[in-house]
Design a protein around this ligand. Sequence first.
Ligand code: AMP
Length: 212
Amino acid sequence: MRRVVFLGPPGAGKGTQAALLAQAEHLAHLSTGDLLRAAVAARTPLGLEAEGHMAAGRLVPDDLVLRILAERLRQPDATRGFLLDGFPRNIAQAEALDRITPIDRVLSFEIPGDLLLRRLTGRRVCPKCQTVYNVETRPPRVEGRCDNDGTALVQRPDDHPGPVETRLKVYAEQTAPLLGFYRQRGILRSVDARGTPEEVSARIRRQLEDPR
Ligand code: AMP
């Protein structure tokens, strides 16, 4: 059983790595950002409440996020192990998570600030299958079109400069304290998040296989 949290600033590559690892290891990929974006797209009451916070780059209120996550954790695939991507994002969420499930390991994605900005502003996503591209580092085969389904790629509203600045500030103020929280428990490991997805993926595997 593997219950892993990916921790790191926006743009560190958590989503890309979680998708790769989830597929290879048959783990459920639980991204609160993806769950929230799906709720926004479906115009559910929860989505409508979350939308403004997300567009501005602020955190969505804890009770909404917890509701959506608890529901997802109850799905059968999540009982065999999971990767949490984008949750928890503050101490209150980490404490709430403790009450729902134990966590085996937390991986901290380490990356310099200038690289983060390049990844965030260059990011494009397929609105249909959620595959993530980057205009500089991982362009699609045909410009502006998804490799899988040909759908026109979009830029997330919160990848524009104003919201990006807010998200980085929110990370530093509210999420970074979780590093100390999990270090104290002895389950935190660091991963150098620079380089290609394959390079980062190999480092993550080494950290997860290390029994210490
Ligand atoms: P992400 O895709 O993880 O970058 O998340 C996109 C946006 O969704 C964030 O900027 C927040 O507005 C919201 N969000 C995602 N996960 C959480 C969370 N755990 N707590 C609060 N807001 C979240």
